[in-house]
Design a protein around this ligand. Structure first.
Ligand code: AMP
Length: 226
């Protein structure tokens, strides 16, 4: 199964992507995580992408497309994948369509998570990640750790991503509206999009997503308050 998870920053893409991929036994591939790995490893690509990521801008398409092309060529994606954070604009969507066509495969579903701008800012500003494992995600209001500043799962130190600070969030939201929203329309035209609300508890959203995948596609005609 090949799935795209699209939604504004703070919609819980990362949180849902990890759970959905585990549930469906497919690879979770996040371009944001791939870039952060490059930054941690100090690669040239990481150094080039660092400024964009810190300031909330998109990394250049040619770099991002190369990163995802290389990742999708690995054998562990053969039985499916869930893409989180890619494609972020039409050029990337068209590149993905080309990569899939070359490998004679196609997307099965595009999940479009909806959240209002006000919720986006509240959610992101309170998000905290574990230094030991970035898949361990908390929120100071909605899912606080038992001990402030420490991960419930492994005790790792919790921190705020540079690009989760409020000024950067507004820029990321603006980019989402102008660049990424058209990607949803691109896939809606192919009949692949299901729009679901990102509001509510993690388990509720996960349930909505699994029902949507199970039932094929239920189009919400693009109505959104975000
Ligand atoms: P994310 O973890 O998905 O929020 O991504 C963090 C940052 O990585 C973004 O703000 C961008 O700077 C960069 N990034 C991630 N995915 C992409 C993409 N598909 N295209 C361009 N930049 C990306």
């Amino acid at each position: 199964m090949r799935i795209l998870l699209i939604g504004p920053p703070g919609a819980g893409k990362g949180t849902q992507a990890v759970r959905l991929a585990a549930h469906l036994s497919i690879r979770h591939i996040s371009t944001g995580d791939l870039f952060r790995q490059h930054i941690d490893q100090g690669t040239e690509l990481g150094q080039n992408a660092h400024t964009c990521i810190r300031t909330g801008l998109l990394a250049p398409d040619e770099v991002t497309i190369e990163v995802i092309k290389e990742r999708l060529a690995r054998p562990d994606t053969e039985h499916g994948f869930l893409l989180d954070g890619f494609p972020r604009n039409l050029a990337q969507a068209e590149a993905l369509d080309g990569i899939l066509a070359d490998s004679k495969s196609r997307l099965d579903a595009v999940l479009d998570l909806k959240l209002s701008a006000g919720q986006v800012v509240r959610r992101i500003a309170g998000r905290r990640l574990c230094r030991e494992d970035r898949d361990h995600i908390f929120h100071i209001d909605y899912s606080p750790p038992e001990v402030a500043g420490a991960c419930d799962l492994c005790g790792g130190e919790l921190y705020q991503r540079d690009d989760d600070r409020e000024t950067t969030v507004c820029r990321r939201l603006e980019i989402y509206r102008s660049e990424t929203a058209p990607v949803v329309d691109h896939y809606r035209a192919q009949g692949l999009v299901t729009t679901i609300s990102a509001l509510g508890h993690v388990q509720e959203v996960l349930h909505r997503a699994l029902v949507a995948i199970d039932q094929g596609h239920v189009d919400a005609s693009g109505t959104s308050s975000c």
